[in-house]
Design a protein around this ligand. Structure first.
Ligand SMILES: [Zn+2]
Length: 111
């Protein structure tokens, strides 16, 4: 431990460095959030256009493949419920599970 003025100067320097780093991390977090939002929108768009196509095709065929698409999305770690659709899922989601169960799918993977 040096004399008090030296310690104060050193602490001031460290605080300034920390603030600079904090700004950088905040900038990074913001850009990741934006990218995440963009990806979520793309996924939602892709999924809804997929569903539109499904509806158009389901006039001639009865297929259960929409169920497996939802299941796949869920197992890949995304929400498929209305509450948080296409958002990254952390752990089990009761809304998603309820949706899958209603569709009679028992193959939900447990993470
Ligand atoms: Zn969910």
């Amino acid at each position: 431990m040096g004399p008090l003025p030296g310690r104060i100067a050193r602490l001031e320097y460290m605080v300034k460095e920390l603030l600079l780093e904090l700004e950088e991390v905040k900038k990074l977090a913001r850009s990741l959030e934006e990218e995440n939002e963009k990806l979520r929108r793309q996924l939602t768009d892709a999924y809804s256009s997929y569903c539109d196509e499904k509806v158009r095709k389901s006039n001639d065929t009865e297929g259960g493949s929409e169920d497996s698409t939802l299941l796949r999305l869920y197992n890949e770690g995304f929400h498929i419920c209305n509450v948080k659709f296409a958002q990254v899922r952390e752990g089990e989601c009761l809304f998603c599970l309820g949706l899958l169960r209603r569709q009679g799918d028992n193959e939900v993977g447990v993470k």
